[in-house]
Design a protein around this ligand. Structure first.
Ligand code: UDP
Length: 253
């Protein structure tokens, strides 16, 4: 097979040139990083799970008219996506206080917020993805006011959808991060959801027990990360009920 051209390699994913102009192949690695890559590990099966979970969520978002980059899954670790011009922001939506918000403002983790709170961080690993305001975003030309308005509408729609999806399977959506990009459509540009939506980029707590089913399991050494992600996939109906990866093929008599 001809070697594909590598377009970009990030911490958890690799982008290759796609088969047609305007497409890319997104490959999900097993690498896990936290604290700006100061903590690293390889978690067997994480890439496969995130590829499936992100496919499931992006497909459902397409179904309710939330534009996103997902075209189709190609195999266990790869999906075909629409190329877009990534806006250099992490868009964080929070429903319950946790993580950096709790630290920054001294609000106890688990406190429900009076309304969803949207935060923007400037995507720059060297700077540690600092929190920025709309003023910075416009002044430094990372996005226009119209882009920001569109991004907020998308982020809130994703939040409503994901909150319902996870509530239905006994999981609280505490917070999540999305990334957005621009695509050309005729004479206009449109903002779409890009990157991935998976337990790497969401905080997910079991409703009954409070058990963490997301990357905090890795960040805080709380157990086996692949088991937590498998549980999310199983509840979403992506994995067979047993979730037993070791089960061999069934003997057909
Ligand atoms: N998040 C992410 N990538 C980042 C930073 C945050 O996916 O580079 C997600 C994180 O998993 C959580 C939400 O965004 O679901 C809010 O993260 P927070 O700001 O609390 O950061 P952290 O506690 O991870 O430092």
């Amino acid at each position: 097979m001809a070697r594909r051209r590598l377009v970009y390699e990030g911490k958890a994913k690799i982008l290759y040139e796609g088969p047609e102009p305007g497409t890319l192949i997104q490959y999900f690695k097993d690498d896990a990083t936290a604290f700006n890559a100061k903590k690293k590990a390889v978690i067997d099966g994480k890439g496969v799970l995130n590829n499936r979970i992100s496919e499931h969520i992006m497909t459902a978002l397409t179904g309710i008219g939330v534009p996103n980059h997902f075209i189709r899954r190609l195999n266990m670790r790869e999906q075909l996506i629409r190329a877009c011009e990534i806006i250099p922001l992490e868009i964080i939506v929070r429903n319950i206080a946790a993580g950096s918000l709790s630290k920054r403002l001294g609000i106890e983790e688990g406190t429900p917020l009076p309304r969803p709170i949207i935060e923007f961080c400037y995507k720059d690993d060297k700077l540690g993805d600092p929190l920025v305001t709309e003023e910075h975003i416009i002044a430094f030309n990372w996005a226009s006011q119209q882009d920001i308005d569109d991004i907020i509408v998308l982020a809130l729609r994703v939040n409503d959808f994901l909150s319902g999806l996870f509530t239905g399977v006994g999981i609280k959506l505490v917070d999540f991060k999305i990334e957005c990009g621009r695509v050309d459509e005729g004479d206009f540009q449109r903002i779409i959801v890009a990157d991935e939506i998976s337990p790497d980029s969401c905080r997910l707590w079991d409703m009954k027990t409070g058990q963490k089913l997301d990357k905090d399991v890795f960040r805080r050494d709380l157990g086996n990360l692949a088991d937590a992600y498998s549980e999310v996939a199983r509840r979403l109906g992506i994995l067979p009920e047993s979730g037993n990866k070791k089960a061999g093929p069934k003997l057909v008599r």
